[in-house]
Ligand binder design. Structure first.
Ligand code: PA5
Length: 488
């Protein structure tokens, strides 16, 4: 049995005037049908998928031989090394973290039996905080550590800086053949990391082995591509994962929008955003192991849909589309995602959810069957003989009830259990819902121009050559104002 989606509390019959009405649905349906048809056309066209950044939609159909190669190397690494350090940020980190927490045992690194002979996993290069990397390098043995650098562009400052340090550490600790303990997952052709791979492999073919992040797969949509090596190393069944994705793909290929879970999710959120000013999207799994999946979704939604301009579609003579930012049509919108976790955050953000500004939609993830359960001992207490899972379910139901009473819209994704199958389906569902919402809003969900500003500023201050003059002028002409009067 796969995921189920309970949208009842999104409607006016549950949350009164704060919810979606039948009229709202009727009004948006023609536009939604057009958006669905457009998305379907692109997903069915291999060239458009690659050119427009939607190749992620068919990753579950990847070449079986490539997957077998990844699995083979993953098992080799797993058998040989005690530690694997992954370096990456954004899309090249969040999917790994989400998978590690959802699909491996909690406290995986701490207890050997839980790892089932797989290595300890460390995720670094996702920050410029020197303290965490320092501790790791001071405590790991280079000879027992394999390093995987993941960067599609091969240029991102955080993983690049971490890699330069880790490479020097490996070289010092391992010697000449240190490159055999490095794997790069990057663009198949371009970028500094790909160039380095090629240089190193000319010297030693077993050094700096590499796997590609495929063309048309953007960072935040790349878990089923760049994340596979991590899954192979920790022993997650990739076939099972892809079966779950495939099942969700089939369910969401359904043309009837009202029966298509991903499209309904996007449609209802869009209505609530535009008509009821619900600009905050809180994803709140009632499961500790899915909190990082909510963090992964924060990036997905924020980078995909928080855009300054609408999309302009140019169609070439061959019928191929090109998507550009339409600088004549300001959007400057996008729901703001927040990750939370039940029951932890019932003692924190929940107060604001129920009584604070009425600008949120909360999506719960309810796990029906946990991997284990705990029965509370004793007799006579309210909690005696109750299981943790029953209390968790009750807390989730109670949270829904409290929100509905206050007219606060919410919906629930029901997950039978946290398995590779269901987790794959969940990620794909959220990816497709995001792509569809991009269509509804008419923004390009597959670029992130807003991230360039800080990068340009850093590159300028670091003295990187080749920064366009318009950008350097802007940085020079708009210095940050640091009036001492306001620095207390
Ligand atoms: O979604 C995206 O494309 C970005 O968030 C990237 O994942 C992030 O910036 C890291 O990029 P890269 O993998 O090129 O180092």
């Amino acid at each position: 049995m796969g995921l189920k989606f309970d949208f009842n509390n999104m409607f006016d019959f549950s949350v009164r005037e704060h919810g979606v009405s039948q009229q709202d649905i009727d009004e948006i349906l023609p536009q939604a049908r057009k958006a669905a048809a457009h998305l379907k056309k692109i997903i069915a066209d291999p060239r458009a998928r690659v050119n427009l950044g939607l190749e992620w939609a068919t990753l579950f159909q990847q070449d079986k031989e490539e997957i077998a190669k990844i699995q083979k190397l993953g098992v080799q690494i797993s058998k040989k090394y005690e530690n694997v350090v992954f370096l990456g940020i954004g899309g090249s980190y969040l999917g790994l973290k989400a998978a590690q927490d959802a699909l491996c045992a909690p406290y995986y690194n701490e207890f050997k039996p839980l790892r089932k002979k797989s290595p300890r996993i460390y995720l670094e290069g996702n920050n410029l905080d020197p303290d965490t990397l320092q501790v790791l390098l001071n405590n790991l043995l280079p000879k027992k550590t394999f390093v995987i650098i993941i960067s599609k562009s091969g240029e991102t400052t955080e993983p690049k800086a971490a890699f330069m340090l880790v490479e020097a550490w490996l070289k010092k600790g391992v010697g000449k053949k240190y490159g055999r303990q490095i794997l790069a997952i990057t663009d198949p052709q371009s970028g500094a990391l790909r160039a380095k791979v090629e240089r190193e492999q000319k010297k030693d073919a077993l050094s700096f082995r590499a796997f590609p992040i495929l063309k048309g797969v953007g960072g935040r949509f790349s878990e089923f591509n760049m994340g596979l090596m991590h899954l192979a190393i920790v022993g997650v069944n990739i076939n099972e994962l892809f079966s779950g994705v495939k099942e969700m793909f089939n369910r969401c290929s359904q043309d009837d929008i009202l029966k298509n879970p991903a499209y309904m999710y996007a449609l209802l959120h869009t209505i609530l955003y535009h008509k009821k000013a619900k600009s905050l999207a809180i994803l709140m799994p009632f499961s500790g192991t899915l909190k990082s999946t909510a963090d992964w979704y924060v990036q997905l939604l924020a980078e995909s849909l928080g855009k300054k301009y609408h999309r302009k579609i140019e169609v070439g003579v061959d019928g191929a589309e090109n998507w550009l930012a339409d600088r004549t049509s300001l959007f400057s919108k996008g729901r703001t995602p927040i990750s939370a976790a039940g029951t932890n955050d019932l003692h924190s953000i929940q107060q604001n959810n129920v009584e604070g500004e009425d600008n949120k939609v909360i999506t719960f993830i309810r796990v029906e069957q946990f991997r284990t359960d705990l029965k509370i001992p004793g007799k006579g207490d309210l909690l005696s003989e109750k299981s943790f899972s029953s209390l968790m379910h009750l807390a989730q139901e109670a949270t829904e009830w409290a929100l509905v009473c206050e007219g606060r819209p919410n919906c629930t994704i029901i997950m039978p259990e946290v398995s590779a199958y269901n987790w794959g389906a969940l990620l794909f569902f959220l990816e497709l819902a995001t792509a569809f919402e991009g269509e509804l809003l008419n923004v390009n969900a597959f670029d992130q121009p807003g991230v360039e500003g800080y990068k340009n500023y850093m590159y300028y201050k670091l003295g990187k050559p080749g920064i366009p003059q318009a950008i350097t002028e802007e940085i020079k002409n708009k210095p940050l104002i640091k009036n001492p009067e306001y620095i207390l």
